[in-house]
Design a protein around this ligand. Sequence first.
Ligand code: MD3
Ligand code: FE
Length: 203
Amino acid sequence: SVERIDDGAIWLRAFADEQVAVLVQAIDQVTAQAPFRQMQTPGGYTMSVAMSNCGELGWVTDRRGYRYQRDDPLSQRPWPAMPDVFVKLAVAAANAAGFDNFMPDACLINRYVPGARMSLHQDKNEGDMTQPIVSVSLGLPATFLFGGNERADKPVRMRLESGDVVVWGGPSRLRFHGVDTLAEGVHELTGQCRYNLTFRKAG
Ligand code: MD3
Ligand code: FE
């Protein structure tokens, strides 16, 4: 089903259902080259979400700040290429949501285990805010928090399930958002975790 959450925010429920297994295999291949790691925030906290990247640019954070860069800081080598199944899915989802010319150059792979969460934030490190972000949920379900344009705005809670894809563009692009603490569970394809892929035009 296709559901409008707000201006520019489109929820494609079960859009990736048929591809969940191949997507998880591709995550395993990418993260064999660029392992999941828990990064440091500029303020010195260790993120509870473990991350990796593929594509031309990868999102990183450390004591120096948040940014995109071409090389994995662990290996000092370029991030693995974006698998074809990732690119095809991201472009198809953007098209289904009405964004015609989307071509991602960055894919951030987030891994949540029970207890992990992502506090309310805005995605502001990308070069072109007219380009949407495509997010793909895999594995355990999570409660997503969709806030307003100000941190203090009370977020709407949305349960994202494996195979759900959400496209965030237009007036929704700079909304505050986060993920509530992941509950315990076991998923047949991912075990005790949730993955989220976010596709962006970062450069
Ligand atoms: C709404 N990840 O990596 S994806 C992130 O589930 C991030 O891992 C979350 O937020 C996750 O930055 C949520 C959904 C998402 C991504 C970007 C957005 C929602 C958004 C940008 C604007 C508004
Ligand atoms: Fe975000």
